[in-house]
Design a binder for this molecule. Structure first.
Ligand code: ADP
Ligand code: TPW
Ligand code: MG
Length: 591
């Protein structure tokens, strides 16, 4: 047959032996591996389906999600936990946009992350000829990322990945966008030349230390304070300088407040921890030492009633980002550098000579902490059914104390605020939550990342609304058989389940969900363990069982519909309507 006679001719046209060549797919994988990437949080589709497969084949762990936003939140959380960029991979246009929220979240939180997105063909996109999933992704990513790059040629892949790594990590960490047009992946290159084109970034996290003058200035301000206070932020937790931070806090002897994700940097049960006297220390302190924490909305911008008399305080701040200084209040002694290096420089200069603040101040703070803790204790022991936040979270407080390596993931409004204040964290980076934006939906992505990156048991405490933003990823948890126990604080709605439709119509109120929903049935569909509980004793048993089995578990915890407050602790941020107070008598009841 003609076909057989043609064979010799065809064989002369066969490509050279595969090991002599490489391609864009494999250069990208090799570049990521060379820079320490071990895990990719992914959603497959054109043009990156094979990239995920090949990465898996090349020994990377590639976890596929059901929606890019959660793959992205996982990458962001991985960045916070590991101090290396978490990597998320998405398809073009819609997948890219789904992942972009997470990239912006990472940037806002100062966490290192890289979003690699496939994109359509430049020459068609740029002429707006209507390509498959056409979008100018690079331009759209730029304002939401710390940096954004596009790679057009296989020989530039090493450079592109190196630039992304360094931008994500150096200085204030952030999210980086890397645009990978489909045609790049198929480009072919000589393998040896390709290997030479890759770049391993050297010292992407350089130690940065302020001048000796800045150190003495800071110690002078801190030393002359009568009522000093330390605020630890998630930048200090991310810095992974745990011993230096602890030594600095204990040497200075100041009361300290941990911000949400700095909880556990020193254990919340530490004698200097003043979380339970927050109002007192914010109001009465005369000097506040911020360590990896910003004076943003979460701290009332360092002003207002909670901060006591105007002008009554001096601020000292450690931050890696120079422009953070004076962003809200005058910083009398800026310490620009990384938390670890600055803490060690301060300790060296102190050299064992430090006069701790007077017992008048530290004793008053301690007395307030002890009184408030004692007042709260009996409420945490109640066995009400349905549960309130105190009874249910009292159980979780006990179980986290018994299992301090568990990573607690937490989101919701009341479910968030109550859990943050009730549940002590005992070790660094064991709490992940909604971050600077207060985003709902970070729960399941963060839980997957926490389980994958640490290997530890994860407990996700989720408002029923918060869980709704990411609930489908419970399948991801089951598919990878991760030790994640999810507790849904089910009060039938957003903030409360007892809202009414003020027009009196058939539709429920805008904040109310299906009554008595059985979220536990969802996980059963994917082979996980589902449990419903309506009292603290049963909740304790169910969580203990989940921790012992390490099986994917979802506990539907029935919370009283009227247990929560509008917007949790931040109801004051809601705008108010003069009209509503007159027109809807029910509006007055909302608090
Ligand atoms: P929180 O919400 O806990 O108060 P923020 O996210 O507001 O914390 O602030 C974290 C700060 O920490 C950011 O301003 C960031 O620039 C800074 N930061 C991040 N990593 C480091 C580091 N390694 N050293 C010093 N500062 C850091
Ligand atoms: C991406 C607004 C803040 S808190 C919340 C919403 C919708 C849900 C609160 O209800 P939940 O908790 O989770 O049931 P609880 O215990 O008070 O009942 N969209 C995004 N982010 C935010 N923050 C919102 C909406 C919001
Ligand atoms: Mg709720």
């Amino acid at each position: 047959m003609a076909v057989t006679t043609a064979e010799p001719e065809i064989s002369t046209r066969v490509a050279p032996a595969p090991e002599a060549l490489t391609d864009g797919f494999h250069l990208l994988i090799d570049a990521l591996k060379l820079n320490g990437v071990e895990t990719i949080y992914n959603v497959p589709g054109i043009p990156i389906t094979d990239l995920g497969r090949y990465a898996q084949a090349q020994g990377l762990r590639v976890l596929s999600f059901r929606h890019e936003q959660h793959a992205g939140y996982a990458a962001a959380a991985a960045g916070f936990l590991t101090k290396k960029p978490g990597v998320c991979m998405t398809v073009s246009a819609p997948g890219f946009l789904n992942g972009l929220t997470a990239l912006a979240h990472a940037t806002t939180n100062c966490w290192p992350m890289i979003l690699i997105s496939g994109s359509s063909e430049r020459e068609i996109v740029d002429l707006q000829r209507g390509d498959y999933e056409e979008m100018d992704q690079l331009a759209i990513a730029r304002p939401h990322a710390k940096a954004a790059y596009r790679i057009l040629h296989a020989e530039d892949i090493g450079l592109g990945v190196a630039r992304a790594m360094r931008a994500a990590l150096t200085g204030r960490p952030g999210g980086v966008y890397l645009d990978v047009p489909g045609q790049l992946l198929g480009q072919v290159m000589d393998a040896a030349e390709g290997a030479r084109s890759l770049i391993e970034v050297v010292d992407p996290n350089p130690a940065s230390v302020p001048s000796p003058e800045a150190i003495s200035r800071a110690l002078e301000v801190l030393g002359s304070a009568k009522k000093p206070l330390i605020i630890l932020g998630k930048g200090a937790a991310h810095a992974q300088a745990d011993d230096a931070v602890r030594e600095l806090v204990e040497t200075l002897g100041f009361p300290y407040l941990p911000m949400s994700m700095a909880k556990g940097l020193l254990p919340d049960t530490h004698p200097q921890c003043s979380s339970a006297a927050r109002s007192l220390v914010l109001k009465e302190s005369d000097c506040v030492f911020l360590i990896g924490a910003r004076l943003n909305w979460l701290l009332g911008h360092g002003q207002g009633k909670a901060w006591g008399e105007k002008g009554s305080k001096k601020f000292v701040q450690i931050d890696i980002e120079p422009s953070e200084m004076d962003s809200n209040q005058k910083i009398s002694a800026p310490l620009i550098g990384d938390v670890g290096s600055v803490a060690r420089a301060l300790l060296k200069e102190i050299g064992g000579r430090w006069e701790k603040p007077s017992a008048d101040w530290t004793g008053a703070v301690r007395a307030k902490v002890e009184a408030n803790v004692a007042k709260m204790a009996p409420r945490l022991k109640n066995n009400n059914s349905p549960m309130d936040y105190q009874g249910s979270l009292g159980v979780i407080k006990d179980l986290i104390a018994e299992n301090p390596d568990v990573v607690l993931v937490n989101e919701g409004a009341n479910a968030l605020d109550q859990c943050r204040s009730i549940v002590d964290i005992h070790k660094p980076r064991k709490r992940l939550d909604v971050g600077t934006w207060g985003i709902m939906g970070i729960g399941m992505g963060s839980a997957v990342a926490a389980a994958v990156e640490t290997g530890n048991q994860v407990l996700a405490v989720e408002g029923d609304s918060a869980f709704g933003f990411c609930g489908m990823e419970i399948e991801t948890v089951c598919r990878y058989d991760l030790p994640v126990c999810t507790v849904i604080m089910n009060n039938n709605g957003i903030y409360r389940g007892d809202g009414e439709n003020w027009a009196g119509g058939k539709d429920p109120s805008t904040t109310v969900f299906v009554k008595g929903a059985r979220y536990d049935k969802m996980i059963e569909a994917f082979g996980g363990v589902g449990v419903t509980v309506d009292n603290p004793d049963a909740l304790r048993r169910a969580i203990k069982e989940a921790f012992a089995s390490r099986k994917p578990t979802l506990i539907n915890a029935v919370i009283a519909e009227d247990a929560g407050k509008e917007s949790g602790n931040i109801g004051n941020l809601n705008p108010s309507s003069v009209v509503a107070q007159q027109r809807y008598p029910q509006a007055r009841k909302i608090k």
